[in-house]
Design a protein around this ligand. Structure first.
Ligand code: GTP
Ligand code: MG
Length: 556
């Protein structure tokens, strides 16, 4: 009866923050606690540990007594969610010992009467909890204990970076402040399981799993939630049931291709989310994309979700990135900083287009770390060599095998600092021969580009594909220019450091300031700065007038 300790006390002055101290999947329910008057408080979790106090800017006066509601939760978490559409609520997540308790709770819950509107009576695991008599609030001082898991504001982040001891410290601070918390990750799993409930109305034993940056260890607080609707599990369960001379198969509807099957399934699930899914809003079916998907906002969790199916290779890519992220503590710190740097300068965007993606940027960092001497990361081919029978994985004819036991991978002997790696990253890609070379993490070395896209990054598993085919020449040029400018800023930093004033943004903070790096005058200065380099590139351009050099992103 841990919900007994749920209710609230008045602490009006604090700032509203999302809480996500939550627990996983089908045994979990989420309840939004309706507030009728202004107050706030803290929730006590089952173990009695008090985390940060969470305040309520919206109004609240609620009691959530386990005995009264019939909820006998094993663990309780509580806090404020801010949905993508600005709705506010105090959310509690309760994990039960037994799945039947959730059914029992659902059985004791009513569908609201809506006045002029009508309710779709879908019985989800998200409930609203209201006081029966709002005009007669309890006088009991009640406590709501919450965890705070919102990313710091940009201002706060810059401040933290400016106070850091070194550039290495800055990169680690950025990682610490922006990485997904355990609770946020659990909320992602919970959200997947809520969507799974809806899909299971059609596909009984389906599973919905998170992939992408929610699980690959490179996700920032606030990143989207990529979901994979796995229907293959259904086949696995029934495989054992055949016996004797007979083979039982379901009579199914056949369609001309896998792609059409995917589109049909996602179309129907999209409709269900739109029509029945509590808190699923802004549903868009993007079925003609290379990888068909349904995009929507999940209000209770506040996540922007992308649901795909038949996309198993992306799950494997997420696993591979996770392995790379876990191999050396510098990897995630560097990837986070490069992702933030790219976002700060609008090199990446949440809208699809001709810009570089976070996935491509991560590949570039991995490739760069494979190129260090000695290498910081192993090639994908060497991870494949280390794999054993259990790791074997072939998806649609593509060999996706790599070792998954980290203990089998020898740690790198490279001891370069993050500061050096950051600077070298910008120098490396500021001078990379994108016009003729492809980035290839499978072999860990540059290869001739097989096609003429401005940026070619080989898809690690579908090796004939380019993951950055969408990137235009002008976006690539912007990346190269910014990389050079950033390398220059870091080089200046080296020279100025003893006398530099730390009240100004410095190091990584300076790189994240759009006003500084984007300034045209600085760009000119950077290009003018090393006269020897200018003369060198001038000489080179005179020496050779081949078409290859004419399209080069180097030496401009
Ligand atoms: P965020 O920008 O934080 O969402 O990073 P992300 O890694 O989650 O990227 P995104 O949501 O765009 O894509 C989710 C996952 O799909 C990635 O992690 C990859 O595994 C996969 N993916 C994305 N883009 C491509 C692509 O162009 N080709 C292939 N093969 N896989 C991709
Ligand atoms: Mg994503």
């Amino acid at each position: 009866g841990l919900l007994a300790s749920l209710p609230l006390c008045a602490q009006r002055s604090q700032v509203l923050r999302p809480i996500h101290r939550l627990l996983s999947c089908p045994r979990t329910v989420a309840a939004e606690i309706k507030r009728e008057e202004q107050s706030s408080g803290s929730v006590e979790t089952g173990d009695g540990a008090v985390s940060s106090v969470c305040s309520v800017a919206a109004t609240h006066r609620g009691r959530g007594k386990g005995e009264e509601t019939g909820i006998a939760g094993e663990r309780v978490a509580c806090g404020h969610g801010r949905g993508a559409f600005g709705n506010r609520g105090l959310y509690a997540v309760v994990e039960f010992c037994q799945k039947e308790s959730v059914t029992s709770l659902q059985n004791g819950t009513r569908t609201p009467s809506m006045g002029t509107e009508a309710a779709i009576p879908f019985r989800s695991r998200v409930f609203n909890l209201k006081t029966k008599n709002p005009s007669n609030p309890t006088s009991e001082q009640s406590r709501v204990q919450c965890s705070i898991h919102a990313p710091p504001s940009s201002k706060k982040l810059l401040e933290l970076l400016c106070y850091a001891e070194s550039i290495d410290d800055q990169l680690n601070t950025l990682l610490k402040e922006l990485q997904l918390t355990e609770e946020n990750t659990k909320l992602r799993y919970l959200t997947c399981s809520l969507i799974e409930d809806i899909a299971a109305a059609y596909f009984l034993d389906c599973t919905v799993r998170p992939f992408g940056s929610s699980v690959n260890s490179f996700g920032k607080l606030g990143c989207d939630l990529d979901m994979f609707l796995d229907l293959d599990e259904i086949g696995k369960f029934s495989a054992n049931k055949t016996s004797g001379n007979f083979l039982m198969e379901f009579q199914v509807k056949n369609v001309p291709s896998e792609r059409i099957a995917t589109q049909k399934i996602l179309s129907v699930i999209g409709e269900c989310l739109d029509h029945f899914g509590p808190g699923c809003v802004g549903v868009q079916k993007i079925l003609n994309a290379r990888c068909p998907l349904v995009r929507f906002s999940h209000q209770a969790s506040g996540f922007q979700c992308d649901l795909t199916t038949n996309n198993r290779i992306a799950l494997k890519s997420s696993e591979l990135l996770y392995i790379y992220g876990a191999l050396d503590s510098r990897v995630r710190a560097l990837v986070f900083s490069i992702r933030c740097w790219a976002r700060a300068h609008s090199l990446t965007s949440s809208i699809p287009g001709s810009w570089i993606t976070n996935f491509s940027l991560t590949m570039m960092v991995i490739f760069f770390l494979q190129r260090r001497s000695p290498p910081i990361l192993p090639t994908l081919d060497s991870l494949k060599t280390l794999a054993d029978a259990e790791d074997k994985c072939v998806i649609e004819g593509h060999n996706c095998t790599f070792v998954r036991d980290l203990n089998k991978i020898k740690p790198s002997g490279n001891t370069e600092t993050l500061e050096l790696l950051l600077k070298e990253f910008f120098e490396y890609f500021g001078n990379f021969a994108f016009n003729k070379n492809s980035i290839n993490i499978r072999q860990g070395r540059e290869q001739n580009k097989p096609e003429s896209s401005p940026l070619h990054i080989q898809n690690p598993f579908e090796t004939s594909l380019n993951i950055s085919k969408n990137v235009s020449q002008s976006q690539l040029q912007k990346f190269v220019d910014l990389a050079r400018e950033s390398a220059w800023i870091l080089n200046q930093e080296d020279k100025d450091r003893p006398s530099s004033s730390r009240s100004q943004p410095w190091g990584l903070a300076a790189l994240l300031m759009p006003s500084v790096v984007n300034s045209a005058s600085l760009a000119k200065r950077v290009r003018k700065k090393p006269a020897s380099e200018r003369i060198k590139s001038l000489l080179e351009s005179i020496k050779s007038s081949s078409p290859e050099n004419a399209t080069s992103t180097n030496g401009k």
